[in-house]
Design a protein around this ligand. Sequence first.
Ligand code: GLU
Length: 462
Amino acid sequence: MSTTATDVNQSADAGGTEWDPIFDEVGLPKDPTNIYTQTVASMLQAAEIINLRHRVRIILAQPKNEIMVHFPVRMDDGHHKLFKGYRVQHNNAVGPYKGGLRFHQDVHLDDVKSLAFLMTMKCALVRVPFGGGKGGVNCNPRELSPGELERVSRRFTAAIANDIGPDYDIPAPDVGTTAEIMAWIADTYGALSGRHGPADPFAVVTGKPIAVGGSLGREKATGQGVVDVLREMLPDLDIPVEDMRVSLLGFGNVGSWAAKILSDLGANVVAVMDHTGAIRNTEGLDVHALADHVAEHGGVAGFEKKTGTGGHARHCGEGCDVISEDDFWTTPVDVFIPAALEGMVNEERAKQLHCRVVAEAANAPTTPEGDAVLASRGIEVIPDMLCNAGGVTVSYFEWVQNRSNVTWDVEQVDRELNRIMCMAARRTIVAKQKYDVSMRLASYIAALEHLGDIYNHRGIWP
Ligand code: GLU
């Protein structure tokens, strides 16, 4: 017998999500503030709606492997420092574990577990043949010299070298990691693995520089995917992409590329905030000039001192004003794009937002409390799993090119990315309409339907 969305909501209201017996069964803390518990709770809610088999629910509720390593690195002043690294391999039923490596001072196990889980869901939703993984090193890359950063990357690779591989687990860039770091990882892995030929060991990571097997279009891919999804979904909400107003939280790789592509399409990016400050121009910021500024100075702060706009962006006014955090959150826009870290759209911020759509370019940017506020205010959320899947999708194209010794031109990459993102968006809309649920639950449902199907066919050995 199938369960309706209303049944599930009632059971969730009565504590059904938090108290799902599966938490006990798989040994997870029933702590509603724990980020991994929250992630699994959303999955279980979707699983209930589609009557997913119990065995698939318990498999997905815990990662397959949680690898934690400690390794020493010689710092520039000659002393050695011990670093802690993680690689969580959540699921590989669909294909090799896949997901980024994060270098950040807040990286911790539950966080990495949640992000690995999200990768399983993301790959299943867009139907690329990868499972989910995530890793990271607890460090602040901004405080490391280039030499220290390279030694951290190489020692971390050595520490996990037996746990990754082009057929088994394929890392990629994430917050705080770059194409250059991917090149160091590939080189270290190649040296340690004893595999011959440049193509094979280098397929151990994606997001590499073009010169060492990277794909055209990979650097902008996550931002491009965000735009592809917006262009597919916004017409249904009567928001014309060509002259919509946008604000962005975070202006790293994903935020800056989304902003540049949107601005080139005619959208007005009116406010941007990052770890260095917040700026606004109600006529539109010159986001191309802003991206150049951030590349040089590490953040948006100081952009207001620039005279002129650089003249790249088609829709922008002159200069900008420095604004407070509260002014940033309350700036009226059509679409707000969180493109920074987890949990930033909390209850308080969700109440302040003045937008019609939240497009989650970051992973897990909205807390469950924030999500509830957005829902009660009728703000549509395009969930992370769908919205930022462009990165891993082009990672898949990179891997395919490496494995088959071919290169695609950027038009082919963009075309295939657009096809996959639009199909995933449609899949999510179909699930939303069929089950009358939020877009977030719909994306979980569309992913779980695929995973459930795979486990039905494969069975569970022996
Ligand atoms: N770190 C990116 C993400 O969270 C990309 C992962 C990948 O390309 O494997 O989706």
